[in-house]
Ligand binder design. Structure first.
Ligand SMILES: *Cc1c(COP(=O)(O)O)cnc(C)c1O
Length: 412
């Protein structure tokens, strides 16, 4: 007999319960999410990416002479695919050296009368400083779309993220917190813009039986497999196979197909999400408590940097704890040694967008946008799972591994 392997999930996703799966009850997940986010209304979409496509198509109609979308150079490749799907030109903004936000000077160099939208991103639950970008966006007449795919539940100035910019999207994909296996949420602060989004949704989004059946089965499978005894088979084993091939792009989950399905979300998945939503506040509160304790321990390691929310008044969520190591060599050594250890270590994304060969066709001219600071982030960042399954004992092992990775010279 071989020893039973365990795999901690890479993020603190909200686990489903059997009772969530009952096929009756209230099915208006959009209304429940609007109430939870303290807004009048939201649109429910089949993915965060589909939500972004819908937002961009709406803005294209409002400003047809603008054709560029500025996104952080270190973000989910799906964002680039969504921009390309709309026939828009991507522009890549470098990151600030101090935080995961877009760099102000780099942004100034990119914004113009051609800019349709810029997409500040709340990565890994960390809140980006959107207020700092607003004057720049207003000065050039561009819209601000907050990518809060990884930040459903994060708050700034006492309100949900997503309400400082013009439009916000959240993801309900597996691993991002609340999940309907795939799903997206779209909102706009201004009622007229919200009405335009709704009109676009009503004109273009239809039910799709085959996709809904597939997503429903996937959601059932996820509900069944999201437990310590099974996750190693469905997550750990494929991860080890990717790592054995040296394929970090697949290991990081960055290998996306270019087709972006668009359809409505069926009633059953909405019911499941709605029941789980009732536990999301408690889930994030518990995750925050665990993160705070662990961050205090991580801070005792010299040279290691824990990524924080950018605005001081923000309360992000903690699906993961993001760390920046002193060098790319140390980050890579740690991942080589322990990505497959079952502790839930991961990379938010394996590289900056221009460094994936497979996405070169959708980047176009954006391949030449200079992104040295974002590349440095991509090479030194890693994510520690903040799942409750990462026990104190396992976290202790992880701390020891980190301690060994950090040379004494990094002290001070
Ligand atoms: C996951 C993700 C998306 C896309 O959301 P999906 O629901 O997976 O389509 C967009 N932006 C960021 C930053 C993401 O992490």
């Amino acid at each position: 007999m071989t020893a039973r392997r365990i795999s901690v999930p890479p993020t603190a996703g909200l686990a489903l319960r059997c009772a969530d799966l009952r096929p009756w009850g209230d099915k208006r997940l959009d209304r429940a999410l609007a109430a939870w986010l303290e807004v009048d209304e939201v649109l429910l979409e089949c993915s965060g990416t589909s939500a972004l496509v819908l937002a961009l198509r709406t803005l294209q109609q409002l400003a047809p002479d603008r054709c560029e979308v500025v996104v952080p150079a270190y973000t989910c490749p799906l964002v680039a695919l969504a921009v390309a799907q709309c026939g828009l030109q991507l522009r890549l903004c470098d990151l600030s050296p101090d935080c995961l936000d877009m760099d102000g000077d780099a942004l100034d160099a990119l914004l113009s009368h051609r800019t349709l939208a810029l997409v500040p991103t709340h990565l890994g639950g960390r809140v980006a400083d959107v207020a700092r970008l607003l004057p720049r966006a207003q000065a050039c007449g561009a819209y601000v779309i907050e990518d809060a795919a990884q930040a459903l539940g994060a708050r700034v100035h006492g309100r949900s993220v997503g309400l400082q910019g013009d439009i916000a999207l959240f993801s309900l994909a597996v691993g991002k917190g609340l999940s309907t296996y795939e799903g997206g949420v779209l909102l706009a602060r201004d009622p007229a813009l919200m009405a335009a989004l709704r009109a676009q949704h009503q004109a273009s989004i239809r039910p799709h039986l085959a996709w809904e059946l597939r997503r429903s089965l996937e959601l059932l499978g996820y509900a069944a497999a999201f437990r310590p005894a099974l996750l190693d088979r469905v997550y750990g084993a494929p991860l080890r196979r990717s790592l054995a091939r040296g394929d970090w792009v697949t290991a990081a989950g960055d290998d996306f197909g270019s087709h972006i399905p668009q359809h409505s979300m069926g009633a059953w998945r909405q019911r499941v999400g709605l029941r789980a939503l009732a536990r999301l506040d408690a889930h994030w509160a518990q995750a925050q408590q665990q993160a705070q304790q662990r961050i205090a321990q991580l801070r005792t390691l010299p040279g290691l940097e824990v990524v924080e929310d950018s605005p001081p008044q923000a309360q992000g969520i903690w699906p993961v704890i993001l760390l920046r190591l002193p060098s790319a060599a140390q980050r890579d050594a740690l991942m080589q040694a322990h990505w497959a250890s079952g502790w839930g270590l991961s990379l938010p994304f394996s590289r900056v967008l221009p460094d994936y060969e497979r996405y070169a066709p959708v980047l176009g001219e954006a391949m030449d946008d200079p992104v040295p600071q974002a590349r440095d982030w991509a090479q030194r960042l890693l994510a520690i799972s903040n799942s409750a399954w990462l026990s104190d004992a396992l976290f202790g092992q992880l701390l020891d591994a980190l301690r060994q990775t950090m040379p004494p010279s990094a002290a001070g």
